[in-house]
Write a new protein. Structure first.
Length: 180
């Protein structure tokens, strides 16, 4: 084998390393495509939305000591499963008062149902890093929640952010947030 045969063999060795890198990168790209396609099947395709005619009214909002009493009327065209209750302080801070959402004791609040009164009481079960804190709430906001049935028959919860309503308290309302 002469000098020429040695150079030819060394050149092929460099080529096989490059082919190995190309195959390795191709395999990684192919595997990432497979994983992406598989993970995409786990993401829900449709987000449940509330119909445009979903509406509630807060007819009364009172605060007696640490008890918030609200009267709710469903003046929309669809039933309401529950609501998320938040409080707004005088400096605009939003305070979560619901720790999830409240459902109605009698089932869904149907359209045209008479005013229903709910008492939210002395200590709201919301986690607070500071333990139990007391805060002044100037107004409350309610966001209705509905249950929608998908085409596949699955029941999905829809938060109706467009139907959010608020009511200002006549007097200052002091509530305790957190668990003791």
């Amino acid at each position: 084998m002469g000098e020429r045969g040695l150079k030819k063999r060394l050149n092929k060795k460099g080529l096989s390393i490059m082919i190995g890198y190309v195959l390795l990168i191709s395999a990684a790209v192919f595997m990432s495509f497979i994983v992406y396609t598989w993970m995409k099947s786990y993401v829900p395709k449709d987000k449940p939305e509330c119909p445009a005619d979903t509406s509630i009214i807060i007819t009364k909002a009172e605060c007696d000591g640490e008890i918030i009493t609200i009267d709710i009327n469903n003046n929309g065209l669809f039933s309401i499963k529950g609501y998320i209750l938040t409080g707004i302080t005088n400096n605009g801070e939003i305070v979560d008062l619901s720790d999830g959402f409240y459902g109605f004791a009698s089932g869904d609040l149907m359209p045209g149902d008479p005013v229903t009164s709910y008492n939210h009481g002395a200590e709201f079960p919301v986690e607070s890093k500071k333990g139990v804190i007391s805060t002044i709430i100037d107004k409350i906001e309610l966001v209705p929640i509905r249950e929608e049935t998908s085409e596949e028959g699955q029941i999905k919860t829809a938060i109706c952010g467009d139907a959010k309503v608020s009511k200002k308290f006549d007097a200052r309302c002091s509530v305790k947030i957190g668990a003791s």
